[in-house]
Design a protein around this ligand. Sequence first.
Ligand code: AMP
Length: 213
Amino acid sequence: MKIIMLGAPGAGKGTQAIKIAEKYGIPHVSTGDIFRANIKNNTPLGAEAKKYMDEGKLVPDELTVRILLDRVAKDDCKNGYVLDGFPRTIVQADVLKEELTKLGEKIDYAINVDVPDENIVRRMSGRRSCLNCGATYHIEHIPPKKEGICDQCGSPLTQRDDDKEETVKNRLKVYHEQTQPLIDYYEKEGALKNVDGTKPMEEVFADIIAILG
Ligand code: AMP
């Protein structure tokens, strides 16, 4: 099963993607996580991506597509995957479609986690991430068991630079200009499923399971 998560930054699609990956036993592939891991390890790719990420801009398509295609070509992706944060532009969606078509495959579901803009900034300012394992929390909605500490690996939690308010506003602008058109794109492909992302996390997940079966 190949799944794409759509939705504004902060809509909760990462949290849902992780839960989907666990339930269906497929990898969670997040381009944002791949970039952050590279930044943490001081790779040339990390240095290049950081220039864009710190300003809330998109990393150029050519680089992003290469990273993603390398990742989904790995063995663990052969029974499917859940993509979180990719595609973010029509160009990226077209390349993915082309590559899948060559293999006789397609995206089965594009799940749009729908949350209005006014909720987003509030949500993102409460978001905390683990730089070590990539787990995400929210100080109100998904608090860790111990404040400031990751439940999964015990590392300290931090606020991502790109979750700061100015950057969030920029990311929302970029989302509306470049990523939102993907909702129509996947509707035309017959893959789009909308879920109401303003509901509590477990209810959103139940709605997603009802769709995926
Ligand atoms: P995320 O963790 O998905 O919110 O991504 C964090 C940042 O990484 C984004 O704001 C972009 O700068 C960059 N990024 C992640 N995925 C992509 C993508 N598919 N295309 C371009 N930039 C991306």
